[in-house]
Design a protein. Structure first.
Length: 457
């Protein structure tokens, strides 16, 4: 009888272990909330002082503190760790603030993040500088990028949209006011189109004019045609659309000068204000230009096409240099973007402040995206596996970088959002000739069919 009870207990224990392992793999969020969170809290509380000492994050106590310890306990005075704040559990991990001791800096804690991760049994530890002398530790309990779930509370706003999830379980916000232009690189099936799709649908619900240049005959952007204010599907149409955007930018500068009383002959480069300083009833709608496969605008076969290419590149550079103040923003996508594309490519890339690099085919492509702003991020971009589409490394000119992953969004859902928000497209007269024509959708059709120009009677 005793043997039967022993085998039954052993079988139950094995079943519980197997069930926990399955839940940890299949439902990591549920496992963290029920098992991982309590275990990590116990490890943290039990080993906090010893872990900080092993990581070299302890300091000698103050003179008065040492005297108080000797007088009260007569024990040996030992180094003290940073003062710990309240532990705040989250659905993905823990948050905790540390008050640094005199002489310490946030970089000291960040350098020990990997040791803290292993000591406390969590997936990752991220350090954020809160204010002088205080840092926040964000402990992530599991790999949040394996199955992306955006946070419930998203801090968005006009031209500030959550588009992906960071590896520290916070939302990655694409803020056009702070980072006006962005370069998005990625090989085929790397998730570049998914990133673009999320951007478009998030912007579609705002009063923003969306303009597309898709030289793949519009196969990427045509499903969003009901919401687009302009669409060019080949280099010839792009060569007509870009001058119209430059002219619109110049007209907006004239509007700013007239409002501020500046003489009409004042050079545009000397004007420091922008359209956001205008009254709301006079402010023109912002314009976001999406360029899919930018290399198609650079590739030429004849001398005539070379002249057209040089004109388009010059206009793109002007938009990148001066468009921000006029409320015109660029989102440039491609597989590669280097000097081999031709004259002006490097100059245009230098104007694109934001950088998003998905999986690429070679290290040189990663260096094109991140090498000039965050060299250490190049290795992270080269390590992206093909089994994780949508995973990318994002960086900016501050030198900071992080991993992000875009949530899945079907093309049908994205197209439906654009159809439902078609009436939100602002009226920009300069773009009327380029508005895509969307014929009435039959009942059995699954998506809109768009052409680059409207059909006239």
């Amino acid at each position: 009888m005793t043997d039967l009870v022993t085998w039954a207990e052993l079988g139950g224990s094995l079943a519980a272990i197997g069930g926990a392992a399955y839940v940890r793999h299949a439902h990591p969020a549920a496992y963290w909330s029920t098992v991982g969170l309590p275990l990590s809290v116990v490890r943290l509380l039990a080993s906090y002082s010893s872990t900080m000492d092993a990581c070299g994050l302890t300091v000698e106590p103050s003179r008065w503190g040492a005297l108080a310890v000797r007088a009260a306990t007569r024990r040996e005075v030992r180094p003290v760790p940073p003062r710990r704040g309240v532990i705040r559990p989250t659905t993905t991990g823990l948050r905790m603030r540390l008050r640094l001791a005199p002489g310490q800096e946030p970089a000291d804690v960040a350098a020990s993040a990997e040791r803290l991760r292993h000591a406390w049994g969590v997936h990752a530890v991220h350090v954020r500088d809160v204010k002088p002398g205080v840092v926040e530790l964000r402990l992530v309990g599991f790999d949040v990028l394996r199955k992306v779930r955006m946070p419930r509370r998203l801090d968005g706003g006009p031209l500030r949209i959550p588009v992906a999830l960071r590896e520290d379980a916070t939302a990655f916000l694409r803020d056009y006011r702070a980072v006006p232009h962005e370069l998005v690189l990625g090989a085929t099936l790397s998730g570049k189109s998914m990133y673009l799709r999320n951007l478009l649908t998030r912007l579609a619900v705002q009063p923003v004019a969306l303009v597309g240049i898709d030289c793949k005959r519009g196969v990427e952007l045509a499903p969003f045609a009901p919401r687009l204010s302009a669409l060019a599907t080949d280099p010839d149409q792009a060569a007509e659309l870009l001058p119209a955007l430059v002219k619109e930018m110049e007209d907006r500068y004239d509007l700013i000068k007239a409002r501020q009383g500046i003489a009409p002959g004042t050079p545009e480069e000397l004007i420091t204000s922008d359209v956001w300083g205008l009254p709301e009833d006079e402010r023109p709608a912002p314009i976001v230009l999406f360029i899919d496969e930018v290399a198609e605008l650079f590739l030429v076969a004849t001398r005539k096409e070379e002249e057209r290419r040089d004109e388009m590149v010059t206009q793109l550079i002007r938009l990148a240099q001066l468009g921000r103040a006029a409320g015109i923003y660029l989102e440039v996508c491609g597989q590669r973007f280097g000097s081999e594309l031709g004259k002006g490519a490097t100059m245009l890339r230098a104007q694109l402040t934001g950088r998003v690099c998905h999986r690429v085919n070679d290290e040189a492509s990663a260096k094109m995206a991140l090498g000039d702003i965050a060299p250490e991020a190049v290795f992270a971009a080269c390590a992206i596996a093909a089994e994780l589409p949508g995973l990318a490394v994002v960086g900016d000119t501050s030198g900071g970088w992080s991993r992000i992953r875009t949530p899945y969004l079907s093309l049908a859902d994205a197209a439906a959002t654009c159809r439902a928000t078609a009436d939100l497209a602002p009226d920009v007269p300069a773009l009327h000739p380029f508005r895509p024509y969307v014929p009435p959708m039959p009942v059995e059709a699954s998506g809109p069919v768009a052409t680059a120009r409207p059909v006239t009677e």
